[in-house]
Design a protein around this ligand. Structure first.
Ligand code: FES
Length: 123
């Protein structure tokens, strides 16, 4: 069941918009003209990803800088550790201390963006 969550014109290329669909906190992102929908909450400690940064198809968490692919929801880089990656046991780039993001089915029709909150794929 798709839910109308936003106007297509409210989501610029390279932009992000946080919406709710049936209680699910969803982050809409536009990359190369397409709309993608993932969980708004970071897989590490739940920071709001809409106040992070989107570069291409990668969203960076504003809190500890974990990185996620908005197309697949995959965690690409774990959160920064206190050693800033200089410790040999650092998880940076090796052990991903975060969950992947849920992804949702999304479609655009008649100038509106629709998300199916029940389509979430939990990695
Ligand atoms: S809450 Fe996102 S990296 Fe820690």
């Amino acid at each position: 069941m798709y839910v109308d969550v936003a106007a297509d014109g409210d989501l610029a290329e390279g932009g992000m918009v946080a919406v709710k669909a049936e209680g699910e906190e969803v982050l809409l992102c536009r990359y190369e003209g397409k709309v993608f929908a993932v969980s708004r909450r970071c897989g590490h400690e739940g920071a709001a990803l809409n106040i992070g940064a989107l570069g291409g198809h990668i969203v960076v968490c504003p809190l500890h800088y974990a990185q996620f692919d908005i197309i697949t929801g995959e965690a690409l880089l774990g959160p920064a550790d206190k050693s800033y990656g200089t410790d040999a046991k650092s998880p940076r780039g090796k052990t991903l201390d975060t969950k992947d993001l849920k992804t949702y089915d999304v479609k655009v029709k008649n100038g509106r963006i629709f998300v199916d909150p029940f389509s979430k794929i939990s990695p």
